[in-house]
Design a protein. Structure first.
Length: 154
């Protein structure tokens, strides 16, 4: 019986893409949880005590990024505009430093930001490894046409 390695690779690619999609949904849900909490609390607070943190989830072909931003409003009300500044995350790390987030977060949201960032760090870590696997398998598929893989006989 002959097996084509490409069939296995294609199957693995599908499973990994499904896993990445699940992580994207989970990250969006967690990010949305923070946004709903902040929007509810901001209505009860004075302008100077409102949250300026915003978490954005982005998916590219084989990767997922979850980035924290500091939002600032400029100008007077009719011509007001929003400026988002990225909060830096340490290179080669899957988690923001708590000090960098706590410096932007309001005292009433710090506990939630800590909890959310711990969850998001795990999602970033998993998506990093899935992205590496997807990249490697995509190289295998693209090299298949160049006779890099042969059929395995069982």
């Amino acid at each position: 019986m002959d097996y084509d390695i490409n069939d296995y690779v294609t199957s693995a690619l599908g499973d990994l893409r499904a896993s990445l999609e699940n992580l994207v949904r989970e990250a969006e849900e967690i990010s949305g949880e923070h946004l709903r909490f902040v929007m509810t609390e901001n209505k009860r607070r004075a302008f100077g005590d409102q949250s300026t943190l915003y978490c954005k989830v982005r998916q590219t072909s084989n990767s997922l990024s979850v980035t924290w931003y500091k939002c600032q409003w400029y100008g007077v009300k009719p011509k007001r505009y929003l400026r988002k500044t990225t909060i830096p995350k340490p290179n080669r790390k899957h988690i923001y430093t708590m000090a960098s987030l706590e410096s932007v977060a309001r005292s009433w949201e710090i506990d939630m930001v800590r909890d959310i960032e711990l969850k998001l760090a795990e999602i970033r870590r998993q998506s990093y490894h899935i992205g590496k696997a997807l990249g490697t398998l995509n190289i295998m598929v693209s090299n298949h046409g160049k006779n890099a893989w042969q059929q395995v006989s069982a």
